[in-house]
Design a protein around this ligand. Structure first.
Ligand SMILES: [Zn+2]
Length: 175
């Protein structure tokens, strides 16, 4: 952090504010304390009645070219469910129904929390978007394990294939 988001001053110093126990960037001009907190990534594990799973091939970094579940950063003012539905529409033109929270994965060393919902696929005119070069249904046997983008996606798919939907998993990854 280089500039104060309140007054624009460059006079920021990293100190432990009074009554706090962690270092923060504090503005020496206006006194604003700048907190940084983990980001939430929210998404959907879309399935069909025939037990196929939909994956998107990323066309943007990080991990461009690898397959992922549709997911992205939560926006201000959204619930994690709204964010997951929005990202699924944006990344795959996909509409899902019967949404249920499935996995919450803390990744503390990169300051991220992932939440995935299961959702039944409604429309069949899903397809590629600016963020996904390919959007495709996979049978369980076809899942491209070696080409998955993120450990959180691997973990969520493993939990789903081992347990099915209906249970909520609280996991921590340190990859
Ligand atoms: Zn300031």
């Amino acid at each position: 952090m280089n500039f104060c988001s309140n007054c624009g001053s460059a006079k920021l110093e990293k100190i432990i504010p009074e009554g706090d126990n962690l270092e923060r960037f504090v503005c020496r001009e206006c006194g604003t304390i700048h907190y940084t907190n983990p980001n939430i990534v929210t998404g959907v594990l879309p399935y069909t009645k025939n037990k196929e799973i939909l994956l998107c091939r990323r066309s943007i970094e990080p991990r461009s070219g690898f397959w992922t579940l549709p997911a992205g950063f939560l926006e201000n003012g959204e619930t994690i469910e709204q964010g997951a539905i929005r990202e699924t529409l944006e990344e795959a033109k996909l509409i899902v129904d019967d949404i249920a929270l499935f996995s919450v994965i803390s990744v503390p060393h990169i300051n991220q929390i992932y939440t995935f919902f299961t959702g039944q696929i409604v429309n069949d005119d899903f397809g590629p978007t600016a963020e996904s070069s390919e959007v495709k249904l996979f049978s369980i046997e076809e899942i491209p394990w070696d080409e998955l983008a993120f450990p959180t996606v691997v973990k969520t798919l493993e939990l789903y294939l081992q347990n099915g939907k209906g249970e909520v998993f609280n996991e921590t990854l340190s990859y």
